[in-house]
Design a protein around this ligand. Structure first.
Ligand code: F6P
Length: 547
């Protein structure tokens, strides 16, 4: 397949970017009263305003042409049909099948995927109801009060982010805890206040080989069996979610207690599967289904809407525009809602593990900038931390601002202040304030000329910083489902435009395998002469200072 850089639409965008860099959004808004109407769309779950980007209709049309030249619609079809678009692992990519609430039949490689998903959901429903209603009893006959979900990366971030986002929807019949880090501090802190008689562990690992998860799972087993003095207690206190049933059983999990996953679900796209079990336990199964319905709604939008009006496509094209053509190197995810405080961490894994690559799907070195660093923090806290940089550094950081019209936890006066800041920040980032305005303002305040000369340059904000505003009506299982699916499809589209295989993650392997070798070094009294001097020096310091 030919490189994107040979496409005439790619070249047209390179040339167009040179012209657009000379423009200011203030002028674009002044020249067109209908800019917001042109560059915003309303979906059931949210409004997306992308008018505060450095784009014109010409830019937008050129981006759509690029998407068509990249055969985006055909690739979308291939993904949804279950073709092996995860080329390097030779797998289908079918997280959309997990939330196919239309229940349309999907047969992939002779297997009815819809039936597989439905029977997994039935099992999740039965289990979550038994536990929530106090019918599932621990080894000493007591009901389960605490869930400890053990998993890492995609087997942790999705469920944890969603349970945090939807906390107000939980009836709190169960306390849900998460353990992901191999640092024993985390599991020790989680287990300290708990009583083993009341705890249910969920071991979530697609591969059931991940060192961090297996280490935490073994510690959990020891903790339970040293209290119960009975190996049989494991069947009452441990379930697993895995595509590797054999390993889960070899670990000691009862076959009955294993929830299926499939190789066509990538870890970072898996919260819709039984990996989402902690969500169903926390919120109740019906709300888990509402989450799936919200995601399905977005899938339908993504599948059936022309590219020009397609929210994930628009977000992806803007990201490519801002990063590949205009040169931005990072992108901020800024949720103005405390319940979304884990969203940036979740998006960081989703986008950076998917598209943080520099070789095309044909194995050719990519010679254009690809995806940015994803980072962020909840508003308003971020405003008192790094917004100085967003407004005045010489790096432009495109940002997605996510807020909601109504708060699910209304405390008088709070939401209005929060949302006023949400609106003000995108306005400030776009408009800025020039030196003339700064000087006039200081003069009007009665400042002396010397003071004005000294301070004015520091108060200039160049503005012209791109943002998208995603304004939800209200956080709910359904709207959160739609929001996450929006970003999942955005990531897919970016991958297609940039010619990146978004569904593998080879880049995490090298560090993992070196860590295995180094564990052996740590047990040896000798220094391995083949180690580089830095790594050897660090290891020697560690060994010498072990008490
Ligand atoms: O970080 C690498 C990774 O492979 C992720 O893609 C995955 O979500 C995570 O580790 C956990 O993997 P598993 O579910 O197999 O334990």
């Amino acid at each position: 397949m030919t490189s994107r850089t040979t496409l005439s639409s790619w070249h047209a965008l390179i040339e167009h970017a040179k012209e657009m860099k000379k423009q200011h959004m203030n002028d674009l808004f002044a020249a067109d009263k209908h800019r917001f109407d042109k560059f915003s769309i309303t979906l059931p779950a949210f409004l997306l305003d992308y008018s505060k980007n450095l784009i014109t209709e010409e830019t937008f049309n050129k981006l759509i042409t690029l998407a068509k030249d990249c055969e985006l619609e055909q690739w979308r079809e291939k993904m949804l049909r279950g073709e092996h678009i995860n080329r390097t692992e030779d797998r289908a990519v079918l997280h959309t099948a997990l939330r196919n609430r239309s229940l349309t039949t999907m047969v992939v490689e002779g297997k009815n995927v819809t039936e597989q998903v439905e029977s997994a959901l039935i099992k999740m429903k039965a289990f979550s109801e038994q536990v929530r209603q106090g019918q599932w009893l621990g080894y000493s006959g007591k009901r389960i009060t605490d869930i400890v979900s053990i998993g890492v990366g995609g087997s942790n971030l999705g469920p944890q982010m969603v349970t945090e986002a939807l906390k107000q929807y939980s009836d709190q019949s169960l306390n849900v805890h998460y353990v992901s880090n191999v640092d024993g501090t985390q599991i020790a802190n989680v287990l300290r206040p708990l009583n083993p008689e009341n705890v249910m562990f969920i071991i979530s690992s697609k591969t059931f080989t991940t060192t961090e998860t297996m280490t935490n799972a073994r510690t959990a087993v020891k903790w339970l069996t040293s209290a119960s003095f009975d190996d049989k207690a494991i069947a009452k206190h441990f379930v697993a979610v895995s595509a590797n049933k054999e390993n889960a059983m070899a670990f000691g999990i009862d076959e009955e207690n294993i929830f299926d996953m499939w190789d066509w679900v990538g870890g970072r796209f898996s919260l819709w599967s039984a990996i989402g079990l902690p969500i169903a336990l926390d919120l109740g199964f019906e709300k888990f289904i509402e989450l799936l319905e919200g995601a399905h709604e977005m899938d339908m939008h993504f599948t059936n809407t022309p590219l020009e009006d397609n929210a994930p496509v628009i977000l992806a094209l803007l990201s490519v525009w801002n990063c590949t053509f205009l040169g931005a190197q990072s992108q901020a995810i800024l949720p103005y809602d405390q319940s979304l405080h884990m969203l940036s961490a979740y998006m960081q894994q989703a986008e950076m593990e998917s598209n943080g690559k520099s070789v095309s799907w044909d194995g050719i070195e990519i010679d254009y900038p690809t995806v940015p660093t994803i980072w962020g923090e909840v508003g308003i806290n971020g405003q008192h931390a790094f917004y100085q940089y967003l407004h005045q550094s010489n790096n432009v950081v495109p940002a997605d601002f996510i807020g909601s019209v109504e708060s699910v936890t209304p405390v008088q006066g709070h939401h209005q202040t929060l949302i006023a800041n949400y609106f003000a920040q995108t306005q400030a980032l776009m408009q800025g304030v020039n030196e003339e305005q700064v000087r006039a303002d200081l003069k009007a305040k009665g400042r002396q000329p010397d003071y004005i000369d000294n301070v004015a340059p520091h108060k200039v904000h160049k503005g012209n910083r791109p943002t998208n505003s995603i304004l939800m009506k209200r956080i709910s299982p359904r709207s959160i489902g739609s929001l996450i699916a929006l970003y999942e499809h955005k990531i897919f589209v970016q991958g297609i435009i940039l010619q990146i295989c978004s569904f593998d993650q080879w880049g995490v392997e090298l560090g993992k395998s070196l860590a295995h070798d180094i564990e052996k070094e740590l047990e040896s009294t000798e220094t391995n002469p083949s180690l580089d001097s830095s790594t050897a020096g660090l290891i020697n310091f560690y060994k010498a200072n072990l008490s």
